[in-house]
Write a protein that binds this ligand. Structure first.
Ligand SMILES: [Zn+2]
Length: 374
């Protein structure tokens, strides 16, 4: 029912192969909880008009947050991941969990009031954090740029104040989920690469997020880059990491060394867009370095699509050209035969949508819907 098409009782009997009486009972239970509603106007199925039903995206609300290194976003969405209201602030994750989560709780309650809703309608809270998160507990684990957050009980703090289940994941994972939901539903296997100050990726396999044993899958920023980069020092303590040669922070530092005005990944993009030769050459070379690591992943994982997101994605074709050059020359022909490499079409909203989708998939899993009916 969630694809948005209205269906009659007869349609559902045909689709499911279940007895008409079973379908009727189930429909009544779902109607009672407003998971589905009668569609606008009767649908003609040849003979007399029959009532059709559709999934009710307004049945519950979702609170979604994308907490970045320097910015935070909070939104209220429906069960179709449609943003009903959104709030942003320039609050840094380094301000610590108490301050950031207090802002978030205030933002959520404010957004609900603005849209005329209450906490009672909320089915869950989804939160993305810019660091590793243990999937079992929803707690950050030794996040390198998040002082005070290590092991902090984010689900406990938010759940106690908001009275709803809380799902926490790292920001790249929620971006991968958001991209797959919005533009990639035809793609079973996808790599979403975030190129910001640092570098990370989220993996979708068989249409599902692949987190690995502890939730650390996809951390490609600390894979060793090419031999020429062997002595570049990384914030993880190692040398030669991809992030240390091709991350937005590293590129800005290289441009500063050349006498250019660049502090952040945004500055790198600004210089590329202004046509600065040094910046263009540097970004293209970074694309090649990233492409070399991705080429290994393509051989190993055989994705159908690689989506590039994050601030540096705005450097556009110069970056993409370098990535494509390495991937197509270093991956196996069978793995690249139908491989599509593109920039994310969702831009900054991809994280919020992904955080909402985490909650929606949990809320609407068959088991959870069954529990809501008994
Ligand atoms: Zn590293």
């Amino acid at each position: 029912m969630r694809d948005g098409h209205a269906r009659t009782r007869s349609d559902l009997v045909k689709l499911t192969g279940l007895a008409r009486s079973t379908v009727t009972l189930r429909l009544e239970a779902l109607l009672d909880r407003r998971w589905i509603v009668p569609a606008e106007g009767p649908v003609s199925s040849g003979g007399r008009p029959a009532t059709a039903f559709t999934f009710n995206t307004g049945a519950r609300l979702v609170l979604a947050a994308d907490l970045g290194v320097m910015h935070a976003r909070a939104a209220v969405t429906d069960l179709g991941a449609r943003v009903l209201a959104e709030r942003r602030a320039g609050i840094a994750i380094a301000e610590g969990p108490e301050k950031v989560l207090d802002w978030l709780i205030e933002a959520f309650t404010g957004l609900l009031a603005e849209t005329g809703h209450t906490l009672a309608e909320v089915c869950g809270v989804g939160v993305g954090l810019p660091g590793p998160v243990s999937h079992g507990t929803g707690r950050p684990v030794s996040p390198p740029i998040m002082p005070g957050w290590d092991g902090f009980d984010v689900p406990g703090r938010l759940g106690a104040r908001l009275g709803a289940p809380v799902l926490v994941d790292n920001d790249v994972n929620i971006m991968a989920v958001g991209e797959h939901w919005s533009t990639g539903r035809g793609t079973a296997h996808m790599i979403f690469v975030k190129l910001g100050t640092g570098i990370g990726s989220g993996l979708i396999t068989e249409h599902r997020l692949h987190r690995g044993a502890q939730g650390a899958a996809g951390d490609i920023g600390h894979i060793r880059a090419s031999a020429e980069a062997a002595d570049a020092l990384c914030r993880c303590g190692n040398t030669g990491c991809l992030e240390a040669v091709a991350g937005g922070g590293a590129l800005a530092a290289r441009l500063r060394a050349e006498g250019l005005d660049a502090d952040t990944a945004w500055d790198v993009v600004r210089l590329v867009r202004a046509g600065d030769r040094t910046a263009v050459t540097l970004v293209r070379q970074a694309g090649r370095e990233i492409g070399q690591v991705l080429a290994s992943l393509v051989n190993f994982f055989n994705p159908g699509v690689i989506v590039i997101g994050g601030e540096l994605a705005d450097a556009g074709e110069h970056l993409l050209a370098g990535v494509r050059e390495s991937v197509y020359s270093r991956s196996l022909p069978l793995a690249t035969a139908h491989l599509n490499i593109r920039v994310s079409e969702l831009g900054e909203q991809v994280g919020i949508i992904g955080a909402a989708v985490l909650v929606i998939e949990e809320t609407l899993s068959p088991d959870a819907v069954d529990r809501s009916l008994t």
